[in-house]
Design a protein around this ligand. Structure first.
Ligand code: ADP
Length: 369
């Protein structure tokens, strides 16, 4: 790999002959920035964020140690490794170089090979450190994702199951007293609940696969109207219970290419949120904006409790951890929207929300045509 393209080095020395000498050595290996005093060095470090700084100790004005101290105090520059260039080899000075936060020192007069080797070592160390930090971040996110995932298993399974349990309890207690019509009605509702639970488990398994990086993205031609209708049917028992109207304003036979499972999950999450956060007598609807040639925009709106401005900014971020109970005390996990975002982005689409407290929310997502 060509280091010159990859890394930049700031050389700081008040002596023009020294500067030229170092610049000649480094020029063919790195992108170079040059400063002949401490103030300039700080300016360049802040504006250019070099990968490494070679810093002369003895300079008029700010000394190398002072420059180092300033840079190590600033979040923007504190991680940049600094190698001191020093004419002194006195042990005291070496100690001061490390105390000031320097990573290494080179005594003048220096040898070309030594300078290059020491710079390379520091850059490699820095690269390894960055890689570790990145992996650390990724691990943290993975763990946070898993925690959320387990909590959704615990909570989201509870509500469809409780409907199911109520129904079976009714049957267990008084089957003989029910008319044929009531039995048919109960049977139908049990079936809807069972289908609901089955779909939820299917989704959970898909999510588990996603967590493990085994996501299956299978876009096929599907009818958007039908998928909205299916979602609405599956949410009917809850919506009826809360007397909330669900409206499918998507035109029939609206054929589009998308992954059916993922988009079903997006609708299920958005519509069930609509029901969850709306009051008795409310309305949740799905409509389309087809004015854009490149994408179809789907709008899920409700006239429920709305979302505060500060929550809107955090709602699609795992670290935002926004969750609140539904208007009927329904549990929340704060995972649904994260999954929606992931699924929509798999389609190269976007997802966003407009909302006003006590007026309602409009969730938008796009699917490229
Ligand atoms: P959950 O619904 O399990 O909490 P979500 O990620 O779907 O998870 O939603 C996160 C949070 O965003 C909710 O707890 C709620 O505070 C807010 N929210 C989502 N949708 C709506 C909505 N339609 N109306 C009001 N608040 C909402």
């Amino acid at each position: 790999m060509n280091d010159r393209i990859k890394y930049s080095v700031l050389v700081v020395d008040d002596n023009p002959t020294n500067l030229k000498l170092v610049a000649n050595v480094l020029n063919s290996h790195y992108k170079l920035f040059i400063a002949d005093n401490g103030e300039k060095a700080i300016q360049i470090a802040l504006s250019k964020s070099p990968d490494l700084i070679l810093l002369d100790v003895m300079m008029p004005g700010l000394s190398g140690y002072e420059v180092c101290h300033v840079l190590k105090q600033n979040d923007k520059t504190k991680e940049i490794p600094i190698i001191f260039l020093t004419a002194k080899t006195d042990e005291n000075d070496i100690e001061m170089a490390f105390d000031a936060g320097g990573s290494d020192y080179i005594s003048k007069p220096f040898k070309t090979k030594e300078v290059l080797a020491r710079i390379r070592t520091q850059l490699e160390l820095q690269g390894a450190k960055r890689k570790l930090e990145k992996q650390n971040e990724e691990l943290k996110e993975l763990i946070a994702n898993r925690d959320k995932f387990f909590s959704i298993i615990a909570n989201d399974l509870r509500s469809p199951f409780s409907g199911f349990l109520n129904m079976t309890e009714l049957m267990a207690n008084g089957l003989a007293e029910f008319s044929q019509d009531t039995l048919n009605e109960i049977g139908r509702e049990i079936h809807v609940s069972a289908v609901n639970i089955f779909k939820l488990i299917e989704n959970l398994l898909d999510w588990a696969r996603m967590q493990r990086g085994h996501i299956i993205f299978e876009p096929t031609e599907n009818d958007l109207y039908k998928i909205v209708d299916d979602t609405i049917q599956s949410l009917m028992p809850r919506a009826n219970h809360k007397q909330i109207q669900l409206i499918n304003a998507v035109p029939q036979n609206c054929i589009l290419k998308f992954d059916e499972k993922m988009i079903f999950s997006v609708f299920r999450n958005l519509l069930s949120n609509g029901v969850k956060f709306s009051y008795k007598g409310g309305m949740v609807s799905v409509s389309l904006d087809t004015s854009n040639e490149k994408e179809i925009i789907i709008i899920v709106s409700d006239n429920g409790k709305g979302i505060s401005k500060s929550d809107i900014e955090k709602i699609f971020k795992i670290e935002g951890n926004v969750k609140s109970k539904g208007t009927d005390g329904e549990p929340s996990t704060g995972l649904g929207l994260l999954l929606c975002k992931e699924f929509v982005e798999k389609h190269n689409g976007r997802i966003w929300v407009e909302s006003e407290l006590n007026r309602g929310s409009k969730f938008f997502f796009s699917i490229p045509r």
